[in-house]
Design a protein around this ligand. Structure first.
Ligand SMILES: C[S@@+](CC[C@H](N)C(=O)[O-])C[C@H]1O[C@@H](n2cnc3c(N)ncnc32)[C@H](O)[C@@H]1O
Length: 154
């Protein structure tokens, strides 16, 4: 599990809780989706970074999620399941988006894609996700809505 340290979250403790949830609940979800589907597409519609304290942005939700997904990808590979994972990070603030772009570019690896979109007023809906799909046209993914969660896979 990636290190999510409370000391990095002074004044935004709610983000600490969210990041702990990401680090603990994303692996089982990735294993389940990765066991049934050939690839996983992770979409973070409100990426930030926002009030981060770590120079490498390790205390941002996207860094926690990417680290967690990489570990899950390695775990799936050990089970003989080579799964591609793509992350799409969406942010409306131009300044935050520049940082996000730099970070995303540094994360790209074989079988691990990371792209970001400057998008004003993304809505967590299937139509917004379909638009995301059109923007990142190299990605062909289908969307399954389970309650308030969207599962995306190729
Ligand atoms: C509270 S911050 C969360 C940052 C990050 N997800 C985290 O947990 O560390 C919310 C971010 O979403 C962006 N945002 C808010 N509404 C948005 C929208 N409708 N579309 C795209 N970005 C949005 C804000 O600019 C801000 O950077």
């Amino acid at each position: 599990m990636p290190k999510v340290n409370l000391v990095d979250y002074a004044g935004r403790e709610q983000a600490y809780v969210k990041h702990r949830l990401l680090a603990e609940y994303l692996p089982p979800l990735a294993y389940k989706v990765g066991s049934a589907w050939d690839s996983i597409v992770y979409v973070d519609a409100f990426s930030g970074p926002w009030k981060t304290n770590c120079a490498d942005l390790a205390d941002s939700s996207f860094a926690v999620a990417i680290d967690t997904l990489r570990n899950a990808q390695a775990g799936l590979r050990e089970k003989g399941k080579n799964r591609r994972i793509d992350c799409i990070l969406i942010e409306e603030d131009k300044k935050a988006f520049k940082q996000l772009q730099t970070f995303a570019a540094s994360q790209i690896a074989p079988s691990f894609g990371c792209a970001c979109s400057l998008w004003f007023r993304f809505r967590p809906s299937t139509s917004s996700l379909r638009r995301t799909h059109q923007i990142h046209s190299s990605l062909s993914f289908s969307i399954l809505k389970v309650g308030r969660t969207f599962l995306c896979g190729r």
